[in-house]
Design a protein around this ligand. Sequence first.
Ligand SMILES: [Zn+2]
Length: 209
Amino acid sequence: MSAVAAQPEAEAPPERFPPRSVHYCEICTFPYEYCEYGSSLTKCKANLESRDPVLFSSLYSEEAITDKLKSLTTEQAESLERESAKRERKAEAKAEKERAQLASSKVILSRVARTKRKVITCITGLHLFSPPLPALKVIAKGLSSRFATGASVSQSIQNPGVDEIHIQGDVLDEVKKMLLQRAKPFEKMPSVEDGGLLEKNIVIDEKAK
Ligand SMILES: [Zn+2]
């Protein structure tokens, strides 16, 4: 029996289609019946088995699989399985690559002397860890109130197209501490477990522009 069975016809108003209850997989977002066409079948199966053992066995029990294979040639069945495993390996490799990329990303903190007395602190590279605008604007605003000074988002001079945060005054050491502690306004930065920045990801660039 399938879990996506239609409602009894007698209850549905004749002019409308009866509501169909399709359940979507929390892992791959396809209807459960189509998980094998996604790239996470192993995770999908484990998830469904713990959420809905009945539906799980209707889809993946030996009996269900035997029934399904009856409609396919051996060759078709094998290629379906191969394709599914291949997609899964590809998705895992991609996730691994993204984790490695995040781990080698750098945030650059620099002190820039604008005039003899005026210094600004620049934060570059945050976009590698959290989404760029408007999040950078929100962070700049938070820094502005935290240090009671001006803070803004500007295009980087060295890296055109990259936005950086400029804070009036020398607050570099404080900013570094706040970044490592995910202190407000950096509380949305990914945690270390999610590949977020560690001390080694922070570069202090002391040369003035
Ligand atoms: Zn799924």
